[in-house]
Structures are given as C-alpha cells and as structure tokens.
Design a binder for this molecule. Structure first.
Ligand code: ZN
Ligand code: ZN
Length: 251
C-alpha cells in the first residue's frame, strides 16, 4: 500500500477480502479509508478480491485495458482503465505511472508513485526481466519494493518440473535474486533510502539468500535499509524520507 497525507492506495489485492482487511488492520488502516485499488495484472495473487474490495470499501478500481478484459471487469462501471506509461492522478498531488513489464501472458505493470513533493516510491513484481525505461524510473525513487523471487541454484535443483523451471526463469517469468541485485545496482543513487524484497518463492528461495545476494550486488553505494516482506506480514511500514522501517505490532 502507498499512502500520503491526501490518500491511501492499495496496489494489488490478491488475498481474500477477510485476510486483506485483517492485514490492513495490522497496519492500522481502516479498509474504507482506501481511496483507490490499483491492479497490476490479472493473475489471481494480485487481483483476486480487488473488485469485491472496491465495492465493499467504496474505493475506485484501476487497471489497464488488458487486465480489465482478462478479469471481465466493465470499464467505467466497475473499473477505470489507464494506459501504460500514462500518469494516473489520484489527488492534486498523488500520482502514479504504470510501466509495462514482461510477464507470462499478461499485461503487467510496475508502478511508480509520486507525492508531488519530490518523493517517489516503486512497487515492482512479476517480471522476467527489467526493461531499460523501468530502470531509469527506479533511479529516481527513494523507496523500491521489488520481487526477488528465486535463488537460481535452488530453482534448478528444486522440486518443480523442468517446464515450470524454464517458465519461471524465462523472459516472462520472475526475477532471480541476482537479477534483482543487478537492477538495484543500476538504479541505486544516494537518495535511495529503502528497499523491500518481496514475492519470495517459498520453494526456491530463502530470505537470507535474497538479502545477501542483493546487498552484495549493490555494494557500498547503497546507504539505505533493506527488509524482506514475508507472506505472513505486514510487519513494517516505510516513510519515503526515513531510512529505517517503522515496525507494526499485531493487535
Ligand atoms: Zn503474475
Ligand atoms: Zn505474483
């Protein structure tokens, strides 16, 4: 979720409605304070309860046309569609840019949020590789949440069938720890305050592998903090001008 003083925007809504409301509660967010829900692509782990949530909470639902068609959501009545690389304005200050990324028979996007005061945060998941223009946009962000889906040798020696291994590691699959490290090394700059690694595979990755590989790739240029977002979370939140996370405590 991305919040500013003006609005709360949930990026992707793939847990059940009940789980989502529980997790928002841990973060101290009232579900009906979510102004907008942005869905990056049609895969169920990103879109599953988005329409139900938008109706229940009175939040506007946003996605691109490709995702709306795959979800069967009616544009205008049920969702607002945006164009890839088009700025989406949520309030006078908060806006987002949707940057297309290659992923598995979908029209997936990474999102770059801007609060109009020079703070930018990115959420990047489900991509087999990072296009150059995405890296350019990431180089202007103070916060980056990005997937580190698999450790290459764990995937190769792991339990998945070969066809699935090829799909995950292919151009339309997911990012490995070393790809994520390389992207962050390229995008790193002195005002990158925080990185969160997310969408870790439980079968093919482990938090210590992801964190160490990414930190090694980023080297000494990165002076911010790094955290892992776990499936059981949320455990923390970040402000774009803060270097460290604020811990959340479950009620
Ligand atoms: Zn996906
Ligand atoms: Zn996913």
């Amino acid at each position: 979720m991305i919040s500013s003083e003006e609005c709360n925007i949930l990026v992707d809504c793939g847990f059940s409605l009940k789980q989502t409301e529980k997790r928002l509660g841990i973060a101290g967010v009232q579900p009906d304070s979510i102004d907008s829900i942005v869905v990056t692509h049609h895969h169920k782990d990103h879109s599953g309860s988005a329409l139900g949530a938008s109706k229940k909470w009175g939040s506007s639902l946003h996605c691109n046309m490709g995702t709306a068609i795959r979800m069967g959501w009616r544009p205008i009545e049920e969702c607002k569609t945006f164009g890839n690389l088009e700025r989406i304005d949520f309030s006078s200050k908060m806006s987002m840019l949707a940057v297309p990324v290659p992923h598995d028979d979908s029209d997936n996007v990474a999102v770059i949020a801007s609060d109009g005061r020079g703070n930018r945060a990115a959420i990047v998941t489900d991509l087999g590789e990072a296009p150059k223009d995405l890296i350019n946009h990431l180089s202007g962000c103070n916060h980056i949440s990005i997937e580190a889906n698999y450790d290459h040798s764990r995937l190769v020696s792991g339990p998945y069938p070969d066809s699935l291994k090829r799909r995950i590691s292919g151009r339309g699959g997911h990012l490995s720890n070393s790809q994520t490290g390389e992207i962050l090394r390229e995008a790193c700059h002195k005002d990158l305050h925080s990185v969160v690694l997310c969408h870790l595979s439980e079968s093919n990755n482990a938090p210590h592998l992801a964190e160490s590989e990414v930190l090694l790739a980023m080297g000494t240029e990165f002076g911010g903090s790094i955290s892992i977002s776990r499936q059981a979370g949320p455990e923390f939140s970040y402000w774009t001008d803060q270097k460290g996370p604020s811990r959340l405590v479950a009620a």
